[in-house]
Structures are given as structure tokens and as C-alpha cells.
Design a protein around this ligand. Sequence first.
Ligand code: SF4
Length: 358
Amino acid sequence: MTVTTDTATTSKPLGMPVREDRIRRYVTAFCPRCHDEVPNRPLHQVPRLSGYLSEAEEQVWLVRGCPQHGKVVTLYEENPGILSYLEQWTAPTKWHVPDTPGNYDPIPAAYLRGLGEMQTQHTCILLEDITQACNLRCPTCFADSSPQLSGVASVDNVLANVDQRLDRENGRLDVLMLSGGEPTIHPQFAELVERVLERDVTRVLINTNGVELSRNDRMLSFLASHNRRVEVYLQFDGFKRETYLHHRNADLRAMKQRAVHRLSGAGVFTTLTMTAALGVNDDEIGDVIRYVLDTPFVGGVSIQPQFGSGRSGAINPLERLTHTGVLERMGPQTDGLVTWRTSPPFPARIPTAPASAT
Ligand code: SF4
């Protein structure tokens, strides 16, 4: 555009130029750099920031404005098209009962008094961490678990918690996940599972690394005897030695295969859970999906991009594997057998809540 004056003709632009990004929506956010500097600050002192999701360079970015660190940017999703597709899926959500009536404290401090009034989701999966201890010490463990830890939740405490949540959920829980640490090394694991099954809990998932299941016949028979309501959520990261060295610091391939064969042979319904990282095992997504499809009683796969929490090392916030990145890799890696279009998201409020490939 040209601007004409009495004395000369210049070619200055008139008005503001167009942004190079497109704002998808505005969000409330927190600053990861503030968190790194003071990780244990009291929750009511955690600053809530203005932010937005912005589309640029064919990716989606989370941009927050921090008074201390300025603009802090993270790659939010790799594929804006898949994100838009996921955002079309919505489902009615159930009512929830706040733990403390009148708790309108802002998040995150609100969680100090349980689920607050402004919590808009009910408990769809109740997660109970029943022990801090684990028989592995994975370098990417976000729970910081290890054989050196010994904290164990008592059966009575876990059940009291389950009962309280049952009360909030009008008497029925869809899914209870027992996790840790490694739940199968809890000294009263079998008793705990049996007492949970006395309650109105539709499915109990055991979130396990598979070490015990690969060698403990008694535990396998126990799970098989409850296979109508108890399922296994088995950590399974792929088939390459390097994959296990990165995620688990040991070559666990033989143990994982043994665990899968034993569970499948015993008729225990199993979901494989793959931790995936860019440049480590994001090229194994298709192989794991094919393995799931070929293995009886393995009914699903959950592919979770590694995130940097707990013992997990820092992840490059600008170049990382994301949920839509997992979904876009599925088709090419399975020769079109399973694609993001054939994997609708769960009926959750968050569009990138797991897509299902079952
Ligand atoms: S990631 Fe799982 S298996 Fe590994 S140390 Fe943590 S709890 Fe144990």
C-alpha cells in the first residue's frame, strides 16, 4: 500500500500487518520455568497466567505470558487438522459431587480440599497408588518409584478412599485402577483386589510393569480367576533393545514377551501401554498396534507420549512427541490398517484425551 504526501510518494504500510499465527483459543496456564525454579511452592502461590493456543508453522503452540519469564512457548500439538477433528467429538458428562461444598478456590489450590465446585468432570477412572515401591527403577518414571522406597498404603485406607468415591459417584464406579509404584508387590495385593471386587466397581485395572506376571504362577492364576472384572494394563514400550534402555535402563524385551504370552494364554484381558518418545520409539507405534491386533486377549493399546516429570529428564518443549503426533504416525506405520480416523477419542471433555485403538 502507498502513502502520498505533498512532497513525496513513499511505500510505508498503512496500519498493522497481519499476524503470522492464528489464535485458536484463549486458555489459563501455568509457567513451567517458575515451577522448575521453585517446584514445591505452596499451591496458592502458584501464579495463574493468561495464555492462548496458537497455530503456526502447521503446528499448535501453547503460549503463556509470565511476568517473570515473558512469553513461554511449548509445542502443544503436532497436527492442527487432527486436533480439529478430535475437538468435534463431545459427549454429555455426568454430574459430580464436590468433596467440599462451597470450595470455589482457584485451581490448583482448590485441590487441597479435594474436587471443588468448579470441577466439571466426575471420576471416570479412580486411580489408587497403593505403593511407592517398585521392582524396577526406570529413568523415565514420573512417580519417582524404585526398590529403595517402601511406602505402602494399608488395605483399610485404600478401601476407605474407594468407599468415599463410591459415595460421591452415587454408588457405582466404572473403573478403578490400582497403580503405584508397582501394585503387584503390595504385600496384601490379592486381599485388596478381592475386597474391591465386593463393591460396585465395574472393572479393576492393574497398572503393572509385568515383572511379577512374567514369573509368578500364583498371581497369574489369581488374575485369571477374576478375568470377568479384573484386567491388566501392561507397560510395553516396543521391540527394540534401545527403546528399553532409554525408558527402563535394562533390556526387558524377553520379560515383556513372556508376560504377554502368559497373560494371553491364561485369558487375562490386557491393554498394552506404550510410553513413546520422539527419536526413541515413535517409529514402533505401528509394530505395537499390529502386535496387539495379533494377540488373543490383548484388547487395546494406550500410547502415551513421555512427559518430563518426576525422574524423567527434561524434554525439549519445542520438539516433542504429542498426542496428535502419535495419531498421525499410526496410518503410515500400519500401512493404513489403523489410522487416526478409525480411532475416535474417548467421550471426554478434553479433545486429546486418549483416542482408542481397540
Ligand atoms: S515407571 Fe513404572 S515400572 Fe518404572 S519405576 Fe516407575 S512405577 Fe516402576
